[in-house]
Write a protein that binds this ligand. Structure first.
Ligand SMILES: Nc1ncnc2c1ncn2[C@@H]1O[C@H](COP(=O)(O)OP(=O)(O)OP(=O)(O)O)[C@@H](O)[C@H]1O
Length: 316
């Protein structure tokens, strides 16, 4: 058993002189749920395609399930590509069995498992519906089931939640958890943080073609300080003197961040100030905030480089 289901080192892809993926490395622990997060056009799909051997990298190497040749482990991998598509004339159950058969699953067994999956996901009423008659979201659920019907060791889902209604999103979350319980490794891309926050053991954030963060969701959240909203009971006098520098007044409330010295010293300072407490909330930033913070920092770096280039050009 390998320690990592996916090991990618320095994956790089150029498209017509543009660097779509720039030396991205990822290690996905076996049996984990791993999220590749990033804004539109960051390079997530291209990275996944390189790992799966669908797109040849211009540089870098990867191993899938311990193997350098992704094709040789094809039957142990389930993949939902970004571009969806099933044969429109097929019924849901047949479409699922067909996808399983492409990965070596016996057709009758595929039909049997399809019925179980669809019932578990509350989709039994469309089991004999032709794909062309289904809504886009329903067809996507069918394709999802089809991509994992052969019980793969590694499941790679490219933006699996996009286009699904909240109920189907929840069903998909359940499916992902269950597949992990079965022992599978799940790697999925998304730009919706809520799913990643609930599901992922580890995440990588890709922005502007490169990996900008790798770690747990908690580690990402800890990049930002806790946010405090404080409402003094007595707003007279110098309230700001007992608060950290940079505290901002908005109406009756004061807003500020705390990080290094924690909550207790703050409470002690507020108590000693005599301004009292009419309201106090301390919130840990979510993954959404951490993601936006990282992506904005990267964007700001690019903007500064572009300004420096422009100044250099005008001076020349
Ligand atoms: N075949 C291609 N030819 C030229 N450019 C491409 C090709 N495929 C992707 N790109 C470009 O590479 C960049 C990364 O694309 P990619 O699809 O990997 O991003 P993504 O993070 O998956 O984006 P999204 O979240 O919007 O799907 C984009 O600028 C895209 O336009």
């Amino acid at each position: 058993m390998t320690e990592y289901s996916v090991e990618a080192h320095g994956l790089t892809k150029y498209f017509e002189g543009f660097t779509a993926v720039d030396h991205v490395s990822l290690e996905v622990p076996a049996g984990s749920i791993y999220g590749v997060l990033g804004p539109n056009g960051a390079g997530k799909t291209t990275t996944l395609r390189m790992m799966l051997g669908i797109v040849d990298p211009d540089a870098g190497t990867s191993r899938l399930l311990g193997n350098h040749k992704p094709q040789s482990v094809r039957s142990r991998v389930g993949y939902l590509p970004e571009e969806r598509g099933l044969y429109p004339g097929m019924k849901a159950r047949e479409a699922i069995a067909f996808m399983g058969a492409l990965r070596g699953l016996d057709w009758a067994e595929g039909r049997r498992r399809a019925a179980i999956f669809m019932a578990e996901l509350g989709l039994e009423r469309v089991i004999d519906e032709k794909i062309r008659k289904m809504s886009k979201g329903m067809a996507q659920m069918v394709q999802l089931i089809g991509s994992i019907i052969h019980a793969p060791d590694l499941i790679v889902l490219d933006e699996p939640f996009s286009g699904l209604d909240p109920v189907n999103q929840e069903r998909l979350e359940m499916l992902v958890r269950r597949e992990r319980e079965r022992g599978a490794t799940i790697l999925f891309s998304t730009h919706v943080m809520a799913h990643a926050e609930r599901l992922c053991d580890r995440i990588a954030i890709i922005a502007r073609s490169a990996r900008r963060f790798e770690g747990t969701v908690d580690q990402a959240r800890a990049l930002l300080p806790m946010q405090v909203r404080y409402t003094p009971r007595d707003a007279g006098g110098d309230v700001a003197a007992s608060l950290p520098p940079g505290a901002e007044r908005r109406g009756d409330d004061w807003h500020f961040a705390i990080r290094d010295d924690g909550v207790e010293p703050l409470l002690a300072r507020i108590t000693a100030s005599g301004h009292g407490v009419a309201g106090l909330s301390i919130t840990r930033p979510g993954l959404h905030d951490a993601f936006v913070h990282i992506v904005r920092q990267v964007d700001a770096g690019f903007a500064a480089d572009a300004r420096a280039d422009a100044i250099e050009e005008s001076a020349a």
